[in-house]
Design a protein around this ligand. Structure first.
Ligand SMILES: NC(=O)c1ccc[n+]([C@@H]2O[C@H](COP(=O)([O-])OP(=O)(O)OC[C@H]3O[C@@H](n4cnc5c(N)ncnc54)[C@H](OP(=O)(O)O)[C@@H]3O)[C@@H](O)[C@H]2O)c1
Length: 267
């Protein structure tokens, strides 16, 4: 299937490693020019070099902490100045710390909302004028938000994630309705347990708490899935590329789990 992504420009946040990096690589592979950001200059430059080497695409590394709205504004402006426009926005940031609801204090919740909800809103706010132009000139534009399976089925030890992601889902649904008439689609992608640095950190937390071995922890996660294994970043990235594509033109307002069947709700 031709995704129709050749010569389109994508901005992927939180992309020095993990799911963001895999999504940036997949979009580059499909023909996009890609701007990617993280907080660390060396890490993001190294990710950009690797993606450029593998795909031959034009890749722009940017240092940007997505919790800082001025940095977000500037990163989006640099992308548009370099590539001449913006067609696809992928919002993403690191996940918040683990903890049950009452183990955390209000400051932790505020940080999580800044990190995962407000960063999404800042990225969309900065990108929307350019996405509107792209949709006007080229028929459509795309927003894809990385959230978590915890948005549909809360995980008791991830209260911060459960809370902040629910806000993103509400924002995504509202935005999809608002910008639909302009030709912009807005969808969220909800990863289940996928092999990244974040998963390593979650496993360490559980190991410290329970004394379980790494193999036992992974088996516990895998056994909850219809497909009894941990996911790979490339599998997640392929879903992002589809939602970014011309072929996903009638899909908006959707919260799509990529979780090997971990979520058990009917809809
Ligand atoms: N992997 C999973 O199993 C899983 C499951 C459910 C949900 N998720 C969620 O999906 C998202 C991505 O997960 P992941 O596994 O890829 O995480 P990861 O391996 O920890 O990578 C996070 C990425 O985000 C960047 N980042 C973190 N904070 C940032 C900030 N404030 N501004 C800009 N960039 C920032 C990091 O780069 P720098 O450190 O260089 O800034 C890194 O590139 C997270 O929100 C995570 O909670 C993951």
């Amino acid at each position: 299937m031709d995704f129709g992504l050749t010569n389109r420009t994508a901005f992927v946040a939180g992309a020095s490693k993990g799911l963001g990096r895999a999504a940036a690589r997949e979009l580059a592979q499909e023909g996009c020019r890609v701007a990617l950001c993280s907080r660390d200059e060396d890490r993001i430059a190294s990710a950009a070099d690797a993606i450029r080497d593998k795909t031959g695409a034009e890749v722009l590394p940017l240092v940007c902490d997505v919790t800082d709205a001025d940095q977000v504004e500037s990163a989006i402006a640099q992308t548009v100045n370099t590539f001449g426009g913006l067609h696809v926005l992928v919002t993403n940031a690191g996940g918040p710390p683990s903890g049950a609801a009452t183990e955390l204090d209000p400051a932790d919740y505020r940080d999580a909302v800044e990190r995962n909800l407000m960063s999404t809103i800042s990225l969309c706010d900065a990108a929307l004028p350019h996405l509107r132009t792209a949709a006007d000139e080229d028929d459509h534009a795309r927003i894809i938000m990385v959230t978590s399976v915890s948005a549909k089925q809360p995980i008791p030890t991830l209260a911060l994630s459960n809370t902040a992601r629910a806000g993103v889902q509400g924002y995504a649904k509202s935005l999809a309705e608002d910008v639909g008439p302009t030709g912009i689609t807005v969808n969220t992608v909800l990863p289940g347990y996928t092999r990244t640095q974040r998963l390593e950190e979650l496993a360490e937390d559980i190991q410290d708490e329970t004394g379980q071995s790494r193999a036992e922890i992974e088996a516990g996660w895998a056994d909850d899935n219809a497909l009894p294994r941990i996911g790979e970043p490339d599998e997640f990235a392929a879903t992002v590329a589809f939602l970014a594509s011309a072929r996903a033109g009638y899909v908006t307002g959707v919260a799509l789990p990529v979780d090997g069947g971990r979520s058990k709700h009917v809809l």
